[in-house]
Ligand binder design. Structure first.
Ligand code: SF4
Length: 279
């Protein structure tokens, strides 16, 4: 009897062992081998971000510092929040699916925020955020904050889309007194330092690596941006998405498997951020 040929694996598991500036990050990530859309990976990216945040919080506590962020404190929700393009589309779809009158309420807050940004002369630059130079962004962000424009999802000083909030929101934690966030300055607001920012790595996926511009979407304009940019990146196999994501996260090149390699059921990322098939 002729044995059945082995069928190719339908999923692949990445065993991730990273040392990000002294922060150990371990995870097993199972993804389909067949092409799939990037939004499917958002729960994975969020979970990795939470792992890195948890380590940072533990380190902060071991230094005798306390995280000041509390439920019901929405001071940071008047800041300029950078969303990735994939998250901006998710937010758009979330709002579209809100039942009335919630949808109308949130859309009117988006419209009011836009009106106030226009009135303050900040809208034009925000419509092309990739054009900001590093020197321009910080003073612009302070100007933005001074307008006191609440995020359209802020309700009773709490996030009304807590589970779906952008990764950048999750990554923002401070140890300075909460009241300082109402008058932020580099001297008075002390942010918890993270070993790596998942939000930035997600944002860079699919972008031209040779371009000096990195596209991002101000959360306050996410709905209208997604209306004009409805299409996600084309589907890609799981290993390709992960490889690019971890390259952006670690800043290290991860070699693609040789075309002649047989499909493997696992890929591993070692501490240097290189990927290899298990021996
Ligand atoms: S999405 Fe939520 S956490 Fe993020 S800025 Fe808006 S209200 Fe705040």
């Amino acid at each position: 009897m002729t044995p059945e040929p082995d069928s190719p694996p339908r999923t692949i598991t990445a065993n991730v062992n990273l040392n990000l500036s002294g922060t150990p990050v371990e995870a097993k990530i199972t993804v389909p081998v067949a092409p799939f859309p990037l939004p499917m990976l958002l729960p994975t990216f969020r979970s990795l971000a939470e792992t890195i945040i948890e380590h940072a919080v533990e380190d902060t506590k071991s230094e005798g510092l306390t995280i000041s962020c509390r439920s019901g404190c929405g001071a940071c929700c008047r800041q300029l929040v950078p969303s990735s393009e994939v998250e901006a589309r998710l937010i758009h779809d979330l709002v579209v699916d809100f039942p009335e009158p919630r949808r109308a309420r949130v859309l009117s807050r988006f419209a009011e925020a836009r009106r106030r940004l226009d009135e303050a002369g900040l809208l034009e630059m925000l419509l092309r955020p990739e054009a900001f130079s590093d020197d321009q962004l910080r003073p612009f962000a302070l100007d933005y904050f001074k307008q006191g424009i609440p995020c359209p999802f802020l309700e009773d000083e709490s996030c009304s889309i807590y589970e779906e909030r952008p990764i950048a929101c999750r990554e923002y934690l401070v140890t300075s007194p909460a009241e300082h966030c109402a008058q932020p300055s580099p001297e008075t607001v002390h942010c918890v330092k993270l070993a790596a920012k998942v939000s930035r790595a997600v944002n860079r996926i699919g972008q031209d690596p040779t371009s000096r511009f990195v596209r991002w979407v101000p959360l306050v304009l996410a709905f209208e941006w997604a209306e004009g940019h409805p299409h996600d990146l084309p589907p890609r196999p799981g290993p390709e998405w992960l490889r690019e994501f971890f390259e952006h996260l670690t800043g290290s090149e991860i070699p693609a498997p040789a075309a002649a390699d047989p499909p493997t059921e696992r890929i591993e990322l070692d501490a240097e951020g290189t990927a290899r098939a298990p021996g």
